[in-house]
Design a protein around this ligand. Structure first.
Ligand code: FE2
Ligand code: FE2
Length: 170
């Protein structure tokens, strides 16, 4: 009985998380399901990047609703550039911290980052080529991946793997 109950609970939890990610417009809508890491600069990066991903979702939604204006196309391209630039800044920051900590997660963690950058680049090139249908699945995938990465991989690396060397890095 207990097992069934907890299974249902986690199903509800997942459905809830998905609903939040799909409906959110601003950081405050999702902040409750994003883990705090406890390193100020990292948490700030997480907040800013999340907002870019939410902004992108709004543009994608507008495009899917056939609001294909140049404004939306330009804005979409601008957000992709922000996402790529900011991901790079953030991933370099995490790399520096992991090196200082001598984190055993370093390799695995960097692979995840590289995969994510590749995913954003692929989506961006689809977007630039006007493949809007292909991009529709994107509404969730960037934000979904991002939040999941923070809650699982960043959490494991910087919260569960916390050590004294971390104090030396910003
Ligand atoms: Fe992160
Ligand atoms: Fe990370």
């Amino acid at each position: 009985m207990l097992l069934t109950k907890s299974k249902d609970d986690s199903k509800h939890e997942l459905a809830w998380t998905r609903w939040v990610l799909q409906s959110a417009r601003i950081w405050g809508d999702v902040s409750g399901i994003v883990q705090t890491i406890g390193i100020h600069a990292v948490d700030e990066d997480h907040r800013k990047f999340t907002q870019y991903a939410l902004d992108l979702n709004l543009i994608i939604q507008a495009l899917n609703n056939r609001d294909v204006s140049f404004d939306n196309l330009h804005r979409g391209a601008e957000i992709f550039e922000h996402l790529l630039d900011y991901a790079e800044i953030h991933f370099n920051r995490e790399k520096r911290i992991m090196r200082k900590m001598e984190s055993p997660m370093l390799q695995e963690h960097l692979e995840q980052h590289a995969m994510f950058l590749g995913m954003i680049e692929d989506h961006y090139s689809d977007f630039k080529r006007g493949r809007l249908q292909m991009v529709s699945g994107l509404k969730l995938s960037i934000l979904d991946w991002w939040v999941n990465h923070i809650n699982v991989v960043d959490y494991k690396t910087f919260v569960l793997g916390k050590n004294d060397n971390m104090r030396l890095v910003k």
